[in-house]
Design a protein around this ligand. Structure first.
Ligand SMILES: [Cu+2]
Length: 383
């Protein structure tokens, strides 16, 4: 990979101040770019910083020199002149060229970022409070990616791990050296998808589709975060992109497809109460506990308790429908599009018979399927 001359110039400049190793340790710079576009962004940042530095030195140098050299105590007499056309022209022309010199490469990079034509693959990314959904459009593979950092680390009951708040259960897996186009939207409020090493940063807006692209030149794991303040757990919806070789990607995709087939088979199965409870607890902890809390007590004033809830202890069809369709205008999202029918049946059964409730009934996937009619209307725009 070609390191640009500008980067080495800055490295040399900074090397005069602190040794290179120290510089790297402090991580004062942008993260190491992993794509041609990311390198352009990095170089632009370096170049514009250098321009600022030079202007700073020249302007302040001239100012301090003049103040010192022409001070009254050495008997300097001020010049008396007005309106110098030469000076006016010089201080218009020079900034003009400086600005053009910065705007030209910047515009080129921005245009390149917007050019999502001829991708090798397209992935639809949907932001939800507070997780990301990845949909491999051509392959029928679709999953949620949620924070994996344990609650104990967040609440300071455990030492923080290496990738604290930057780790997820299901990474976005993509092949190396392929142009990946991402279509971004959101299911509730505005989120933003940002992976600095790959130079992608794009708002995900409900009801709109925006696109961006990246092409990683190296394999590896690159981490980013939601960068649009999106509510209580905004800091808890990281993005992890795992770039692998084409063979690894194909194997991963095949296993994901297998998993989808298993899930489809589950949707036609009749479960026992125990199976539903075990599965439901998992679904609950991954999808619902962020708001309703692991013990089902909710957060007073914000998220209702499931323990003793009128819905979770009332008619089961209404309970299922609420989970499928959500409650528009509240943080209770529609889960009909994200969870399988078996997952919904399990989580509903768990809410009715766990978390302090003991209704005694259970839901089956077929029952959920029968109630799904209204799910489409409440599904996020763009689905
Ligand atoms: Cu967000």
């Amino acid at each position: 990979m070609k390191k640009s001359t500008i980067s080495s110039m800055l490295a040399a400049t900074s090397g005069m101040l602190v040794s290179g190793a120290v510089w790297a340790d402090y991580q004062l710079n942008l993260r190491e770019p992993q794509s041609a576009l990311a390198r352009d962004v990095y170089d632009l940042h370096t170049m514009i910083n250098l321009v600022c530095l030079v202007i700073f030195i020249v302007v302040f140098g001239a100012m301090f020199y003049s103040i010192w050299k022409h001070r009254k105590s050495v008997g300097h007499k001020a010049a008396h002149f007005h309106e110098s056309t030469t000076v006016e022209i010089i201080w218009t022309i020079i900034p003009f060229f400086i600005l053009i010199g910065m705007a030209y490469p910047a515009t080129k990079s921005v245009l390149e970022m917007k050019d999502t034509s001829n991708p090798d693959m397209t992935i639809k990314v949907t932001g939800y409070q507070w997780k990301w959904e990845y949909d491999y459009l051509k392959d029928g593979v679709k999953f949620m990616s949620t924070l994996k950092t344990p609650r104990e680390q967040i609440e300071n009951q455990q030492a923080k791990g290496e990738h604290y708040l930057l780790e997820v259960d299901n990474e976005l897996v993509v092949p190396v050296n392929k142009k990946v186009r991402v279509l971004l939207t959101a299911g509730d409020v505005i989120h933003a998808w940002w992976v600095p090493e790959l130079a992608v940063k794009q708002d995900a807006i409900p009801g709109f589709i925006r696109d961006a692209w990246f092409k990683s030149e190296t394999t590896g794991t690159f981490r980013g975060q939601c960068v649009e303040l999106c509510g209580k757990d905004h800091a808890f919806m990281p993005i992890v992109v795992k770039v692998v070789t084409q063979e690894e990607f194909d194997a991963w995709l095949a296993s994901k497809k297998q998993g989808a087939a298993t899930a489809a088979a589950e949707n036609t199965k009749t479960f026992t109460q125990d199976e539903l409870m075990a599965k439901g607890e998992q679904v609950y902890n991954t999808n619902c506990a962020a708001c309703h809390q692991a013990n089902g007590m909710g957060v007073p004033g914000a998220f209702p308790a499931i323990s003793g809830s009128k819905v979770a202890t009332g008619p089961i069809d209404a309970h299922i429908k609420l989970v499928l369709n959500g409650k528009p205008g509240t943080a209770m999202a529609a889960f009909g599009g994200q969870l399988s029918e078996a997952d919904v049946a399990a989580v509903v059964t768990f809410q009715r018979n766990g978390l302090g409730n003991s209704v005694g009934d259970m839901a089956q996937p077929s029952q959920v399927a029968g109630l799904k009619g209204g799910a489409e209307a409440a599904a996020p725009a763009g689905n």
